[in-house]
Design a protein around this ligand. Structure first.
Ligand SMILES: Cc1cc2nc3c(=O)[nH]c(=O)nc-3n(C[C@H](O)[C@H](O)[C@H](O)COP(=O)(O)OP(=O)(O)OC[C@H]3O[C@@H](n4cnc5c(N)ncnc54)[C@H](O)[C@@H]3O)c2cc1C
Length: 429
């Protein structure tokens, strides 16, 4: 119970607000944009992941499995579209069989429902008639939804329970005062008992307001989509995914039949020149300079420069993007990629040594809980992430002790622990 402020009106922030307001907490969501879901939540692939890829036992694996079920139930309850179009992860040649076997192993350990392995082209083509490949795993319950509509429906629940969702409220400062948090925007000032920060691409910037560790920093990675021409959407029945490169946290360019029956191709992964840089012309000198002087910049560049050059070339030169897509559907023609279908920017957390954080990461500074890494599948997992944060960070004796400790030290927040370490569940009450 208590007065809770939530920074960020994407699906994770609004799912938290909904869960807290449903049990009677006084909740206020502060969102800087003029509408909800303006960033990652409104610019993603719309896939409800079934949990194929994630390291067994990780937060991604457990919260994705629980979150998938919760999102399906929420859509049923609200009459929102939820379509189980199914996903094929396809090994195009023998060199990808080892990585495919690892995905199959993880999927089975993660309890992905009704997963099957396919080793002949005939069976592959019963599922996707135009696909090419030597083997695949098929997840029939992977689904598609509209995450922006889901977030809007969750926000309606928040308002119905007496909570506030304030748009156009950009949090510009937070200070700790007597165990509470003063939150300032250009148009308001509030004092909350606790604050949860779900600021996506800005999560490291907002974390710094309360003296949290600057690491992990957010590295914005843009993912660009093409759309299949309407007369060619019959090339794809559900979803066709590549076997992802295990060294990289992204899944690779894929084909997805969306909830409104359009088929998009993408996303790739290119470094964005601004945190909210949706094309090459949106460039922030500040964001780029901050990324370049981060200690992890050179180790990361050294490790992934080849991949970077490859992805950037594909972004700038359509035939290169097309070639990647055509590996899976040989009948595809360049003209079938009819137009660019927008882009999303991923908030990927990045450590001092140049490592890209794989798992979800939560951090705590006194009464402020910070979601510092919530990339894919965080939209799928959003309702489960909300429950996890409430159980492990808000409703524990240690949460009460933290608040008391902050009262004692007042405006001098403790240094934040390493967020990767702080993803370990806290003891439950
Ligand atoms: C290209 C792409 C494809 C993806 N595909 C999938 C997929 O198919 N399935 C899946 O499960 N996940 C997918 N994801 C990941 C998923 O979209 C995100 O994990 C999820 O949307 C994160 O939600 P969020 O609420 O944390 O962040 P966001 O949606 O980014 O919301 C953060 C909000 O905080 C606000 N904010 C920031 N700073 C402030 C401030 N100072 N004051 C007030 N408000 C502030 C922002 O305006 C924003 O609205 C994809 C992501 C991308 C980019």
């Amino acid at each position: 119970m208590g007065k809770t402020g939530i920074v960020g009106g994407g699906i994770v922030g609004v799912a938290l607000a909904r869960a807290l307001s449903a049990r009677g907490d006084e909740v206020t969501v502060l969102e800087k944009e003029g509408r909800l879901s303006q960033h990652q939540t409104g610019h993603n692939s719309g896939v409800v992941h079934a949990g194929l890829y994630y390291k067994p036992g990780s937060l991604k694996a457990t919260l994705c499995a629980a979150g998938r079920v919760s999102i399906r139930e929420f859509c049923e309850q609200k009459g929102l579209p939820y379509r189980e179009v199914g996903k094929l992860v396809v090994a195009v040649d023998e060199s990808e069989l080892g990585a495919l076997a690892e995905i199959e192993r993880r999927s089975l350990e993660n309890g992905v429902p009704d997963l099957t392995r396919i080793d002949d082209l005939e069976r592959l083509r019963e599922i996707e008639p135009h696909v090419a490949g030597v083997a695949a795993v098929h997840s029939p319950h992977t689904a598609v939804v509209d995450y922006a509509s889901i977030t809007e429906a969750m926000a309606q629940d928040v308002r119905a329970a007496g909570g506030q969702v304030r748009l156009g409220h950009e949090v510009s400062a937070m200070t700790l005062e007597n165990g509470r948090v003063r939150v300032v925007t250009p148009v308001s000032e509030d004092v909350f008992d606790r604050v949860i920060v779900c600021a996506g691409l800005q999560s490291d910037v907002v974390a710094r307001f309360v003296g949290a560790d600057p690491s992990p920093k957010i590295l914005p990675f843009r993912g660009e989509y093409w759309e299949l021409a309407p007369e060619r959407t019959d090339l794809v029945k559900g979803m066709i995914y590549p076997v992802p490169d295990p060294r990289f946290p992204f899944l690779g360019v894929h084909f997805t039949r969306g909830v409104y029956d359009n088929v998009h191709v993408g996303p790739n992964a290119v470094p964005a020149l601004a945190r909210e840089g949706y094309n090459w012309l949106q460039w922030s000198v500040k964001d780029t300079f901050e990324s370049l002087r981060w200690p992890g910049a050179w180790p990361l560049a050294k490790q992934h420069w080849r991949m970077g050059v490859d992805e950037i070339s594909g972004s700038l030169i359509k035939p290169l993007y097309f070639q990647k897509a055509r590996r899976f559907i040989p009948e595809l023609r360049s003209s079938d990629l009819s137009h660019k279908h927008g882009a999303g920017v991923r908030a990927q957390a990045w450590g001092r040594e140049g490592e890209l954080l794989d798992d979800f990461a939560v951090d705590q500074v006194g009464p402020v809980t910070l979601l510092r890494n919530a990339p894919s599948p965080a939209a799928t997992s959003s309702i489960a992430i909300a429950e996890y944060v409430i159980d492990h960070y808000l409703d524990t004796p240690s949460a009460a002790a933290r608040a008391a400790k902050t009262t004692a030290t007042d405006a001098a927040p403790p240094a934040a622990p390493n967020p990767q370490a702080s993803t370990e569940p806290k003891p439950r009450s």
